[in-house]
Design a protein around this ligand. Structure first.
Ligand SMILES: NC(=O)c1ccc[n+]([C@@H]2O[C@H](COP(=O)([O-])OP(=O)(O)OC[C@H]3O[C@@H](n4cnc5c(N)ncnc54)[C@H](OP(=O)(O)O)[C@@H]3O)[C@@H](O)[C@H]2O)c1
Length: 247
């Protein structure tokens, strides 16, 4: 471990979408390095189970990133000794109703994807950033996707959301130059998680067949290890984009 790294024992991290997949693995990896982790998502029971299994104190936070009231009051809802967030991992996201032609997409699904993947990520960042600024200390890691720079037929809405994440992340990084704060984006290819089942509203058989059809896939731990790498760089190093693909 690097002594000057922001990821160190006692650091406070907030991970959105920690109730499954990549977010759960990131929470575990940060805790294993000694961070105190606020695990946020909508499914509180799952978060409680996760927090109980962490090796450091953790906090289960019920948070719907697509709900403006939920994100606006995020910091106020935290106990006082959890408010000084050093690390924000914006990971919550989904592709509800995806992998189908745009003209067939349910308007409500389109809205849900954009409100979660884009507006939610922006609002959580908006809630956390002022405190980081005040302290002159913080690292924001956005979980984007290879679909943040590669387009794909039948994935129009998801691609639009991840291109937005990519543009926001790069612009915010530029805006924060010289502030002491860092902004990074992790852009994975296919990771085997609950993502495909969520896309198809719990159809596990279809999700399983999808991952089998992909051949090689990444695991959530692969993405968590990349996140740790980004957060363990010394203060003068900002990894802007980290692309991971299954080999
Ligand atoms: N799997 C892949 O192939 C892949 C590839 C590249 C990038 N990604 C990105 O990685 C991130 C995590 O995905 P995953 O693969 O780990 O999927 P996952 O296993 O389905 O996990 C998604 C997480 O996001 C949370 N979430 C969804 N909507 C939310 C909301 N409105 N508010 C708060 N939390 C919400 C879910 O928790 P609740 O349902 O409990 O709220 C869950 O914890 C996403 O941003 C995704 O786009 C995934």
């Amino acid at each position: 471990m690097n002594d000057t790294a922001i990821l160190r024992p006692g650091a406070v991290a907030l991970v959105t979408g920690a109730s499954a997949g990549i977010g759960g693995a990131v929470a575990e990896a940060l805790s294993a390095r000694g961070a105190r982790v606020i695990c946020a998502a909508r499914r509180l029971e799952r978060l409680r189970d996760l927090v109980e299994a962490l090796s450091t104190p953790g906090l289960a936070l019920e948070l719907d990133v697509a709900d403006g009231a939920s994100t606006r009051e995020l910091i106020e809802r935290l106990p006082a000794d959890w408010r000084q967030i050093d690390i924000l991992v914006n990971n919550a996201g989904h592709d509800l109703g995806g992998r189908s032609p745009f003209q067939d997409r349910e308007p409500a699904d389109i809205q849900a994807v954009i409100e979660t993947n884009v507006a939610g990520l922006l609002q959580v960042t908006r809630a956390v950033l002022p405190g980081m600024h005040e302290r002159g200390r913080g690292h924001i890691v956005n979980v984007g996707s290879v679909n943040g720079f590669e387009w794909a037929a039948d994935s129009t809405v998801y691609v639009a959301s991840k291109f937005a994440v990519h543009g926001f992340t790069a612009s915010l990084r530029q805006e924060l130059t010289g502030s002491g704060l860092r902004v990074s984006e992790i852009m994975p290819g296919t990771v085997r998680t609950e993502f495909a089942a969520a896309r198809w509203r719990g159809d596990e058989a279809r999700a399983g067949a999808f991952y089998e059809s992909r051949g090689a896939v990444l695991s959530p731990v692969d993405v968590a290890e990349a996140t740790v790498f980004v957060l363990e760089r010394p203060p003068h190093v900002n990894i802007s984009d980290l692309v991971l693909r299954p080999a």
